[in-house]
Design a protein around this ligand. Sequence first.
Ligand SMILES: [Zn+2]
Length: 501
Amino acid sequence: MHSKNPVELKGATLDKELLDLMPWELIKEFQAFVFENGPHGVKIGAVNLKNSALQRYVKERFGRKVEWFNVTEDAVIDILNNNRPDFKTELSRLAQTSLETNDNITRIADRIISHAIGQEASDIHIEPLRNETVVRFRIDGVLQTVLNLPKNIHPPLIARLKILSNLKIDEYRRPQDGRIEPEEFPETSLRVSTMPTLFGEKIALRVLNEASKSISIDELGFSEEQKNIILENIEKPFGMIVASGPTGSGKTTTLYALLQLLKREGINISTLEDPIEYTLPGVNQIQVNPRFDLTFASGLRSLLRQDPNVMMVGEIRDSETATMAANAAMTGHLVFTTIHTNDAASAFTRFLEMKVEDFVVSSTIILVIAQRLVRRVCNECATKKKIDKAILKKIRERPDVMEALEKKQPGITQELEKYKFRVGKGCGKCFQSGYLGRVGLFELLTPNKEIHDAILDHASSEQIEAVAFKSGFRDMVTDGIDKVFKGITTFEEVLRTTRNT
Ligand SMILES: [Zn+2]
């Protein structure tokens, strides 16, 4: 293998022909590109020449003489920035001629999927409106329109996606669920759901990364203090640890990270999930499937017969599952689960609403971790800036944020406009957004005697929170303000993701 640096590529653009040999998404994924295609073979530049997935791909794709060249990460970024095909233009062109050829519909569907994966979108929404179809991606937690297509594309596009996900094409009055395993991205799968709406069928695709990656608790954004609380509680022999927050707030990732900490010889860990988001080596993961009567409740019942030490119940949304999970926690199991509540205190009242006995709630829940995900300031283009007027106004309208600021630095709210905070200007690496990656905002609640009493009194979540504050509880907004001061995220992100309800 060569490892000379093709310096002449710096800032170069590639011929469209060469780009077509290896799609943009794969250039990004593999950090590699074809820069010459001649009669004697292809020349490929790659950051990591030993990447076995890349080697497999190249062997299958080109199958003849390949010369390898080592290139820098910057060279790949340059190539991406200079050659990134305009997704919108390309797809609009395909859409215009789509009704003449079925092949175009296949390409439109494939390109939407590969583009979403390339952009690291977590969801794809294809929504029919009265006169057009809108394609939206959720990237770093924010849903954004990426494409508007003519309405006549909608039915064949939906049909194509249904074929890919093994759904019935002629069923469009009832919601359906399926799955797509894209060939070009073997470690990614998409969970598909369709829903009839006024102007046609809406389809939503959840992008799932099945690569077994080890998620470390250190990457999630917990403070040292929060980490100690977690470590102390997951070593307890029984009880329930609840992660709470809306969909997409990173609850499951947090629980996976906690399970990783527990994974050791002699401990049996089983999970019930829908969907299984990552593969966890050494853990028995069970996919919930109501079609075969494998629900959270029935799965939990069978699981308990096998007497695992540690269980994770992906989500609790009904009374039966809530009661069974709580009883399991009472009878010597450590149970991890997630629940949809806005804050930590509401987790207790939600269990009461789901008809779990008050004494069971107060004695089993040992820790609630409520969370949101915020975008991280891009390190490549970070700079210090005064707060925008519009954001200042929003901060002043949020008493909880003002209070957290005053707690952090008394007097600061009087002259907030004078302070500078870290924000991203936007660069090639963060696709001009100023953000790269995400981090959690957390609030942790471990019930003490006073909180137990409040639960037994059926106190409201506000009352429980008030009791918690007396013993040093730090809420999510406080955690967010800490992370703004540290330059990890911005006021906009904290305002966007935390809300007084
Ligand atoms: Zn940037």
